[in-house]
Design a protein around this ligand. Structure first.
Ligand code: 13P
Length: 272
């Protein structure tokens, strides 16, 4: 169970890499990397990816892929916007769900997260929530609302959530400037809540910063944008140089580029 793995990871002061996938080719790239590194991995999907792939398709593709490549991994809902989608994902066999009420007032985020925790308990699933403002794609990155240790403690006590995504200076998407992570804040939050903390916006965060964040309590590092980007950049370059119409010949280099990227990310997170 992912909850047990998280507990083990938390006690050992380590982290799991969580990668988003969008289609069979990006999923395959991620799984090849995990196999290559003999590493566990979290496979996550947002609502947009679920809408694109179809829920049942997405889950069976991910579960079958894990088995086929012999990789230990879990399926996770990234940024679940409402309890209905959370329930649909749990029914479809997700091991873990994130409910993201971070843009709601604290009390409402607490109330909704509580409901998700109660629901997920019946499935033995892991629940992640978010507190503070981690800019989403296209949102202003200068609107700062970092997570406070005080709010985090209240939130965790009230909701009983398993893992918490914290706003400590990262943002989703590419950075225009090097992100500045607030490690003192991270330490304070971890001392207050003790549970596994999650770093969103992993794309473009320097290796040393990610490792320092793991030392200070991060147990899950999310990477999405770089995967999408390397897949599409590789594909675009290839397509501009060829008239090949057999997609089975064109996709593999893009899948391999995802593999190479994720190998690097796994080395970063696994300290290798
Ligand atoms: P990036 O897209 O910045 O890598 O962030 C990923 C993430 O946090 C998914 O929730």
């Amino acid at each position: 169970m992912m909850k047990n793995k998280f507990e083990e990871i938390n006690n050992a002061n380590k982290a799991l890499l969580a990668t988003n996938f969008y289609n069979f080719e990006t999923l395959k790239g991620v799984l090849l990397a995990a196999k290559d590194q003999n590493s566990s991995i979290i496979l996550q999907m947002t609502k947009s990816s679920i809408d694109y792939l179809g829920l049942e398709n997405a889950v069976s593709m991910a579960k079958t892929g894990l088995k086929y490549f012999g990789v230990e991994g879990w399926i996770h809902l990234d940024h679940g916007p409402n309890i209905d989608l959370v329930k649909a994902c749990l029914d479809a066999g997700f091991d873990s769900v994130m409910y993201d009420g971070s843009e709601l007032p604290l009390e409402q985020n607490i109330d909704n997260t509580k409901k998700v925790v109660a629901l997920a308990e019946k499935y033995g699933a892991n629940v992640e929530a978010e507190l503070g403002y981690i800019a989403k794609l296209g949102q202003a990155k200068d609107k700062v609302s970092y997570t406070s240790a005080e709010d985090a403690l209240l939130f965790v006590q009230e909701t009983g959530v398993d893992a918490l995504a914290v706003a400590i200076g990262t943002a989703h998407g590419f950075y225009k400037e090097k992100p500045k992570l607030d490690f003192d804040r991270l330490k304070e939050i971890k001392e207050a809540v003790k549970i596994p903390l999650v770093l969103h916006g992993g794309s473009g965060v320097p290796v040393d910063d990610v490792r320092k964040a793991i030392k200070n309590g991060i147990c899950k590092v999310n990477v999405a944008t770089e995967i999408k980007n390397i897949f599409m950049q590789t594909l675009k370059k290839l397509l501009s140089d060829t008239d090949e119409i057999d997609l089975r010949k064109v996709f593999p280099p893009a899948t391999n580029a995802v593999k190479d990227l994720v190998v690097g990310k796994l080395r970063m997170v696994n300290n290798k």
